[in-house]
Ligand binder design. Sequence first.
Ligand code: NAP
Length: 256
Amino acid sequence: MAENTQEAGEKPARRVALVTGGSRGIGRACAERLARDGFDVGIVYAGNEEAAKSCVKALEVLGARAVAYRCDVADPDAVKATVAQATKDLGPVWALVNSAGITRDGLLARMRDEDFDRVLDVNLKGTFNMARALVRNFVRQRGGRIVNVSSVVGLHGNAGQVNYAASKAGVVGLTKSVAQELAGRGVTVNAVAPGFIETDMTEKLPQEARDAYAARIPLGRLGSADEVAGVVAFLVSDAASYVTGEVIRIDGGLCM
Ligand code: NAP
């Protein structure tokens, strides 16, 4: 767990967002965008201390109170403890953005059990763990936002990613179910489904594969993490108060 910049007992003057996977990539872009939009931000990360510290600094420069929490979202007890600590540090959470995610690709015939299970545990069970740990908070405050990061792969499948596709399709089902459960409390729950976004996750792909993807994308290029963050910020904002149970593709038109 990293630095807490808040005075003990201070009343939060700004809304609080908790962003999993907030130390890098799409999560970091969301954390920075929400800080710009006036949120204090807790970020949850797996183990990259340096990235988490650098993100906290950037959020503070943007005027936000910011705290980083090292926590494996796949571990329900760790998630419970992190949510309790974040609430203590920053105040009640208004917006939860679930962006923590991993890939362990491989063709079906060769996929190992541990690679299937771990991807499901982080991407799907992690999203569930976070939402469950915060549900009482949302019900109590009769308002709030959950935005889950799915993927176009969860909507359309992808050869070599049976585990990842299953986890991201699961996130869509989870999103719509939680949206129905919490609608009566004024809480909206939505998902975004990014296409090919330039982050560490996609950096490892060979240039030919990137070029081949780009050639299939109507907008003719890969997307940026900021372009995902813009849609997440909209879903979190008051402007999206009548949007729930929705899945918004951010894929340059790839899957239209
Ligand atoms: P990334 O750059 O690899 O960043 C992953 C983030 O998740 C990091 O902050 C990492 O923490 C955190 N994380 C990983 N495992 C975790 C765990 N068990 N517990 C807590 N945090 C964990 O990935 P990205 O490209 O930004 O992807 C973010 C989300 O978007 C993922 O859910 C991904 O599936 C989804 N997505 C990405 C793309 C794309 O093209 N990039 C497309 C569609 C969907 P550390 O820094 O500590 O490792």
